[in-house]
Ligand binder design. Structure first.
Ligand code: HXC
Length: 269
């Protein structure tokens, strides 16, 4: 679909995306690149990262990829520093890496719970922690009249109510939203950094949909969804463009729900 935004809205910006080599993260990488940004990708699987970088290059987008796990602080530090070495600065950090599987609480081991918390919540904080020096106004690579950088955290809506077999993910995403608000307050005030989130609904052709029962959701879609359809990765990417560009310059500490109204809807009866 054609972009509603001008192609230069992120011109000269550098974006680092965790989980940026596949799914929603890759679509955000692509749209950021198409709107002028240089892209650094971080992902656990080197082959997936390499192939995503090749695809971005084929679109004429400057891109580099690094294999790394957000659960390892040394990986986060190395990827941030390698991005600086390659592109000289970081303007936008997108935390899109996530873990997910369906399991009942009684079958979920504490280590399984911890694993998802480690990826989604601690991983998000770790990346922010390692990148702060470069994101802050006046930080290395930033010109004096640049504002501070932007952080975007990919969240979910499942913790607004309660979701079957998702206790670990709900807890992890609730923590992500708390990180978004607290960093927006403290780093917005001290460093002119904007921190926001996006909470996608069910998005077609993603690992989340494949894992969370696409057939059931598709067959009930018309009954429960006000807009009668699944979202596209594009819908999330253009929301990210809005928040990362000057269009969102007064938006800080919010998590934008992009779900067609699903989370607040009830079946018609
Ligand atoms: C029960 C499981 C499990 C499963 C792992 N564990 N998978 N428990 N059911 N299906 C438990 C293990 O038993 C182990 O605990 C602990 O978790 C760690 O497992 P490992 O396999 O050692 O971990 P790791 O290899 O690091 O893999 C973690 C992973 C990850 C979370 C499973 O590989 C993963 O999810 N990858 C897919 C990424 C993904 O799908 N991303 C899209 C997310 S979509 P014990 O006690 O045995 O040691 C999304 C949408 C959310 O986030 C919103 C939806 C509405």
């Amino acid at each position: 679909m054609e972009s509603p935004f001008k192609p230069e809205i992120l011109k000269g910006k550098v974006a680092l995306l965790t989980g940026g080599a596949s799914g929603i993260g890759y679509e955000i990488s692509t749209q950021f690149g198409k709107h002028g940004a240089s892209i650094a990708l971080m992902g656990r699987r080197k082959t997936v990262v390499d192939s995503a970088v090749s695809s971005l290059h084929a679109l004429g987008i400057p891109a580099v990829g690094f294999a790394g796990d957000v659960r390892k602080q040394e990986d986060a530090k190395r990827v941030v520093e390698s991005t600086i070495e390659r592109f000289g600065k970081i303007d936008i950090l997108v935390n899109a890496a996530a873990g997910n599987f369906l399991v009942s609480p009684e079958d979920l081991s504490p280590n399984g719970f911890r694993t998802v918390m480690d990826i989604d919540s601690v991983g998000t904080f770790t990346m922010c922690h390692e990148a702060i020096n470069y994101l802050k106004k006046g930080g290395p690579g930033r010109s004096p009249d640049d504002s501070g950088g932007i952080i975007l955290n990919i969240s979910a809506t499942l913790h607004y109510t309660a979701s079957w077999y998702q206790i670990h993910v709900a807890a992890a995403k609730a923590a992500v939203d708390a990180i978004t608000r607290n960093l927006a307050l403290e780093w917005g005030t001290d460093y002119d950094i904007r921190v926001n989130g996006i909470a996608p609904g069910p998005i077609n052709d993603t690992a989340g949909m494949r894992k969370l029962g696409p057939d059931e959701i598709k067959s009930k879609t018309r009954e429960i969804m006000p807009l009668f359809k699944l979202g596209e990765k594009w819908d999330i990417a253009v929301a990210a463009l809005y928040l990362a560009s000057d269009a969102g310059k007064y938006v800080n500490g919010t998590t934008l729900v992009v779900d067609g109204g699903l989370w607040l809807s009830r079946p018609r009866h």
